[in-house]
Design a protein around this ligand. Sequence first.
Ligand code: C2E
Ligand code: CA
Ligand code: CA
Length: 460
Amino acid sequence: MKDPSPTLDQLAARVAELEAEREMTLRLAQTDSLTGLVNRGAFTSGLCERLDAARDAGGTVSLFVIDLDRFKNLNDSLGHHAGDILLAELGRRLHEDALPGELVARLGGDEFAVVSDTAEVATRAERLVATLSQQQTIYGRQVSPGGSVGVAVFPRDAQDAADLQRFADMALYRAKSRGGRVWSAFDAELRAESERRRNLEAELRRAIPAGEIEPWFQPIVDAMTGRMVGVEVLARWRHPTQGLLSPASFVPMAEELGLIRAIDEAVFEAACARTAPWVAEGLIELVACNVSPRDLLDPGFSRKLIGRLSRTALPATALCVEITETFLVSDLSLARRHIERLASKGVRVALDDFGTGYSNLRALMHLPIQTVKLDRSLIDDVGRDPRVSKLVASMLHAARALGVCITAEGVEDEGQALFLRSAGCDRMQGYFFARPMPAREMEALLREMNTPELRLAVAS
Ligand code: C2E
Ligand code: CA
Ligand code: CA
């Protein structure tokens, strides 16, 4: 027998069902699956809607951005699953603590955000910091991750969503740099900083083709004889009004803006031209150049570098390329290809900032790296703190066993130099010997030093 046609009620129920399903699908697409909070996409559109509404009604919108302190440590020590439990629990607390009408989102990783129309910004921020600091038990262990909070307010600080986020991030960054577990609000100081960055960005784009980024040179000495064997090339920006700027004030920005490759190329070419005669005359035998982890992600990096090198008078065997572990972690097989291609032409590769990460030893064992540069942070306490001295001595021992040459960076006094030499360090670099200097000064130093050992000697 044929089914009777559905009644009006049945049809209405089916339509309601379909609508509920659609709503559920929509909600899922806007929800972070781990915490059940709003996800980044929905957060962005929600923030824009609230700004539009506040603009029409003359209201205010406060954006709190949140980042956990040392979440990575916890993830590494207790495992990803424990990290997930912590994030889910935190999401629940943030949701429970929310004031009526607030939008609480997980932006990704250990980053959260709260959009609020509260007038009590300080009280709200303090409560967020307190929520983040509450203890949790995970796998029977008490953890209290703690977090930092950055705040920016519409319309006082910013006029649109992009600026509001950028400014809240700047405030968050400042809170973190103060040690975390605190909050910080965008203010006049950060506004000045933001304007400075914006101007600097425009100027950096102009400075590279204008030749304002120049190579400086710092001596690298043989640890046994104190003789200067080479130089490390360090970029400096000769800014027309601000004077000489060090890499810390422009390299991170250049990396963000994708300008670092242009800088590295300009510095490299100028450095090769300057140092080739020094090498040809036998004054030095090594020229060490820094390359950004970004450069190395380009599969054509080593081929292009060899091409550029061949257009200079600097012999390949004098060049050492300094790379950092950030890159090795991201792509070990690409690293191997670059290093092998460079080695086939006689170019050496050094692992920079050694001792600051923990994947370094693995890289050392698996890659044909000839030199490591022991990071300044390790050298600082060498000869003063017996534990650090022991650690450095055993690192030197391990490197020797692998047939790797070690250069210690940031040697600032005689005590450090003597300790490093007795522990078997091969080469040293640091203010104790000489600070980085412009090409002309380096040239003068090299030429007047026909007995370089005497100028840069390590006292015995
Ligand atoms: P780095 O490669 O680790 O370079 C060593 C830094 O330590 C240099 O800082 C040097 O001036 C400083 N230094 C050397 N000896 C001492 C010492 O005894 N005490 C102290 N306190 N510091 C010492 P600088 O020139 O400011 O360069 C900072 C970083 O910027 C470099 O660290 C490198 O990572 C990056 N950098 C420099 N030039 C370039 C470049 O041309 N391209 C790229 N991609 N990065 C560069
Ligand atoms: Ca370096
Ligand atoms: Ca270094």
